[in-house]
Design a protein around this ligand. Structure first.
Ligand code: CTP
Length: 409
């Protein structure tokens, strides 16, 4: 694909409840200096108004195949060739079926049939519609023709059902678009440090203090950062997980070893501290502590561990441009996590409720709040890999957007 001075996309908005997210996508695209020409289907205009699309994109909105004015200004063939990329968002089961069948009975399908421009679709539909063999066959046909799919994600949908079908979040779609237009992953040339897993603090040669962290979320973040093009160092406490491909993994046991490995990984652009670092260690006994009498209980003297996140966050020439901490809380999650962000001096905090009932610690799903200086954003419960991808998409946007302070838009 030839890179043009101004990158431009044709955004086809179809009729689904997720159409409102197309508005946020347009805003993000404009912030990236990407020109957006909207095309809206008739059903799409039942969910968002052409006026909203026009106001946000600053462009004329095309909708009618038979409009004499539209045709005289820019015919549908020219429109189909006018951009670097065509994005269908949301892509309903209906538009996927019509694309797969090669129909051209409205402006959107005509443009999609007439184009030789790459097409990216962001599906959004009810889980049963997504899983229906007809839809799956259409998806296979479109993929075989080179159509790129972003999402859908797994989660709760507007229809109250849970499963695959929820549209990818606008920042994830934005990252995919920027990636596609720039021809290279969005974090190419960036370096990242991720901590993950628990730490083990030895008590004696056979015993240690530990916690329930599995490392799954941190590993997923390291993988997602690497997939986005970053050069990643993962400093991991003891876990049963394999080293993520494409990531430099440094295995440590204790908090102090983790801190040393993190310091050695500086400087870097991004630090994400997902490890559940033990707050204390004990001076380990040189030999196994024995039960002298049945009633004798040893006393362990706890000594504070270094706070890795707080150290990384301190103002210094080595400070990463973006430092993200995690806050594992069991009550008053937003308040405690907000206070933790200020206390530790990091830019963002990913807060989650790790009460046993949530099943988050050691589980495969997470439900987080992303907190920065401007506020708190609640993300629905989703797979930890999805949390990772969405967080990384957000990191990429942050690093690509010149701004004095971190901000959740
Ligand atoms: N953290 C760290 N070094 C420590 C303790 C915590 O880098 N010694 C980081 C974690 O990786 C996480 C954040 O600090 O990003 C918050 O960890 P958490 O365990 O929730 O908070 P604590 O500082 O331990 O505070 P508390 O246990 O009182 O909630």
């Amino acid at each position: 694909m030839t890179r043009r001075a101004e990158r431009s996309i044709l955004l086809v908005v179809c009729g689904g409840i997720a159409a409102y997210k197309a508005l946020e996508l347009i805003r993000g695209l404009r912030e990236h200096g990407i020109r957006v020409r909207p095309v809206i289907t008739e059903a799409g205009s039942r969910f968002v108004t052409p006026l909203s699309l026009q106001a946000l994109s600053g462009e004329r909105v095309f909708s009618d195949l038979f409009s004499l004015t539209d045709e005289s200004e820019m015919g549908h063939i020219a429109l189909s060739r006018s951009s670097d990329l065509i994005v269908v968002c949301p892509a309903t089961a209906d538009i996927l079926a019509r694309m797969a069948a090669g129909l051209a009975d409205d402006l959107a399908t005509t443009v999609l049939l007439a184009t030789d421009t790459p097409v990216l679709v962001a599906p959004a539909m009810n889980v049963r519609m997504w899983e229906h063999p007809a839809t799956q066959a259409n998806i296979a046909t479109l993929k075989a023709r080179g159509v790129e799919f972003i999402g859908p994600e797994v989660g709760r949908m507007a229809c109250n059902e849970t499963g695959p079908g929820r549209m990818a979040e606008p920042e994830t779609i934005l990252a995919a678009i920027v990636n596609r237009l720039d021809g290279e992953p969005p974090l190419t040339g960036r370096t990242a440090l991720v901590t993950a897993g628990p730490t083990h603090e030895p008590v004696d040669p056979v015993r240690y203090l530990a916690n329930r962290s599995s490392g799954v979320q941190g590993y997923a973040i390291a993988s997602a950062l690497a997939a986005a093009g970053a050069e990643v160092t993962l400093v991991s406490g003891p876990t049963t997980l394999p080293d993520p491909p494409g990531v430099r993994t440094v295995r440590v046991e204790t908090a102090r070893e983790m801190q040393a490995a993190c310091t050695a990984a500086l400087p870097c652009d991004i630090a994400v501290c997902a490890a559940a670092v033990a707050d204390w260690h004990v001076i380990p006994a040189p030999q196994k502590i024995k039960k002298t009498t049945p009633d004798a209980v040893p006393t362990l003297k706890l000594v504070p561990n270094p706070d890795i996140l707080a150290t990384l966050s301190q103002p210094s020439p080595m400070r990463p441009r973006l430092v993200v901490g995690f806050a594992a809380e069991t009550e008053h999650v937003a308040e405690h996590a907000g206070a933790k962000r200020l206390r530790k001096g990091c830019d963002w905090i990913v807060a989650n409720d790790v009460s046993p009932a949530t099943g988050i610690m050691g589980g495969t799903e997470n439900e987080i709040m992303l907190i920065d200086a401007t506020g708190c954003e609640h993300w629905p419960r989703m797979d930890k890999t999805q949390v990772a991808r969405r967080l990384v998409a957000r990191i990429a946007i942050f690093l690509h957007t010149p701004q004095p302070d971190s901000e959740i838009a």
